[in-house]
Design a protein around this ligand. Structure first.
Ligand code: AMP
Length: 485
């Protein structure tokens, strides 16, 4: 469903500019003492750190209440002296978050914890709702007070509101009202709950550690605690894990699934499997397809580390051109440093990546990156490689041009800042100074994830979104906010 331009800017953009997040969620229910849940959550969140570096939090239930510790910074910083205060429970959920503008305040750290008629409830959310503003305003009009600007709090408020229906029905009612992307870990004082939106836009996987169940945004978090991957949570499914094991409820039909393809292109870790597809293998396949579609005579192939390395190895294998490390990466430059302004962003690229002068000097290069967003990275890198003596730099991008913002939980800048929205491929080539530039087509990209148990959202490339945002907002105006249907 394509958004009308006016609607996209006037109605959706302002809210979108505020709430732009990327997140990772985790949850564990321990029946035995193999792990302290807070420690397991800490390790799991560490493995999900790539999904958000701005804040981290863990909430623990111990049968007599819920304790939470959260704060701004990386997992290691947030929990340096405080993991001990969370020890001793039997359930834990955790969250890592990155937000781009405005709301990076400590009160917006997750998990959020609230008291409702049945006790306490903690909740961690990955994704973004598109009808949240209207829901929030309607609840505020009724006198409700919110302490954060998070979609998560609106979802939790709806669950609390419908709680006299029972928890599962309350979550189901909430799911009927919210539109957009959500992968949730929820914790009551005696249960761990996982929820995935009916389109399955964001991933959520189920793992097992002996008799203990684990939930995580990505399977790489299971490896960190020696848990086994069991399966992906199905779109529209609620799983409830308690002392009697796991119960599954298909709360909403999942007819038109739309897993975010950008998880495979850039966001997820290469050692994760999502909905039956290895992220690494899909990236490698992207490189192979790029090499078939856009061959070039060159001496070396390299990827922009780290996310484009698998695609570069795929390109090298298919083309027969040797793979080489063309750029060194400084692993200590975080995204938060690069983000605030364009000038810092440009300096940030230089600090983060440097040309391997002795390798590239006098060579014709193929440089593979996973995406071009603003164009800042590609322009700087091509300049660096040429200054280091590269004779030619041919850019190959393992995704189509990013032309549209994401409303479902990937951090993309506004439409205005997306170079792919404004310029043709040839114009972009000139801006970044490459000798040639080619992107993968949407059709080719989709072939690299063939065999997944779902369909995909390619909204950032096509402008076709899985949710009709205009319709969702209209419907929200007249939704019943009381427990009675
Ligand atoms: P840009 O410099 O704005 O063109 O961004 C492109 C670079 O950022 C590529 O090297 C990507 O690997 C990386 N990238 C793409 N999407 C994201 C994202 N959502 N958050 C952070 N980095 C990204």
């Amino acid at each position: 469903m394509r958004l009308s331009k006016e609607y996209a800017y006037e109605r959706i953009k302002p809210a979108d500019d505020v709430m732009h997040e990327e997140c990772g969620v985790f949850g564990i229910y321990m029946n035995d003492k193999t792990y302290d849940p807070a420690e397991a959550a800490y390790l799991g969140l560490y493995a999900l750190q790539h999904r958000g570096q701005e804040s981290a939090g863990i909430a623990v239930a111990d049968g007599s209440g819920i304790r939470v510790h959260k704060g701004m910074g990386l997992c290691a910083e947030v929990f340096r002296n405080s993991l001990g205060s969370l020890s001793g429970g039997h359930i834990a959920i955790g969250h890592v978050r990155y937000s781009t503008c405005g709301d990076s305040a400590v009160e917006n750290c997750q998990p959020i914890v609230l008291s409702y008629r049945k006790g306490k409830l903690a909740m961690a959310h990955n994704g973004n709702l598109v009808n949240c503003e209207i829901l929030r305003n309607r609840l505020v009009d009724e006198g409700m007070i919110f302490q954060t600007t998070l979609d998560t709090e609106v979802m939790a408020a709806l669950i609390a509101r419908f709680s006299k229906l029972g928890l599962i029905d309350a979550i189901t009612r909430m799911m009927k009202m919210v539109r957009g992307a959500y992968a949730l870990t929820i914790m009551t004082e005696d249960a761990l709950i996982g929820v995935r939106d009916p389109r399955g836009v964001r991933p959520l996987a189920l793992g097992k550690l002996d008799d203990n169940y684990v939930l995580a945004s990505e399977s790489c978090a299971f490896d960190a605690i020696d848990a086994e991957f069991v399966r992906d949570i199905r779109p529209g499914e609620i799983v409830v894990i308690g002392k009697d094991g796991l119960k599954s409820f298909q709360a909403q039909a999942s007819r038109e699934t739309a897993l975010c393809i950008f998880e495979y292109v850039y966001f997820a870790r290469p050692d994760s499997d999502i909905d039956g597809i290895s992220v690494y293998r899909s990236r490698e396949a992207m490189g192979i397809r790029l090499a078939k579609a856009y061959p070039v005579c060159a001496d070396l192939v390299g990827g922009v580390p780290d996310s484009a390395t698998p695609a570069a190895t795929g390109y090298a294998a298919q083309s027969g051109i040797p793979f080489a490390k063309l750029l060194a990466k400084n692993r200590y430059v975080g995204r938060t440093f690069i983000q605030p302004s364009q000038s810092l962003r440009e300096r940030g690229v230089k600090l983060k990546l440097n040309a391997m002068k002795r390798i590239v000097h006098g060579k014709k290069l193929v440089l593979v990156d996973d995406s071009i967003v603003r164009g800042t990275t590609s322009k700087k890198i091509v300049e660096m490689l040429k200054l280091a003596g590269a004779r030619e730099v041919h850019m190959r991008i393992s995704s189509p041009p990013v032309k549209f913002p994401c409303y479902f939980g990937i951090d993309t800048p506004s439409h205005e800042e997306l170079i792919g929205a404004k310029k043709s491929v040839e114009e972009i080539r000139r801006v970044i100074g490459a000798d040639s530039l080619n992107y993968l087509t949407v059709e080719d990209l989709l072939k690299t994830v063939e065999g997944a148990g779902c369909n995909f959202c390619v909204g950032c490339f096509s402008g076709e979104y899985p949710v009709d945002i205009e319709k969702a907002n209209k419907e929200t105006e007249s939704m019943k906010l009381s427990a009675e249907e």
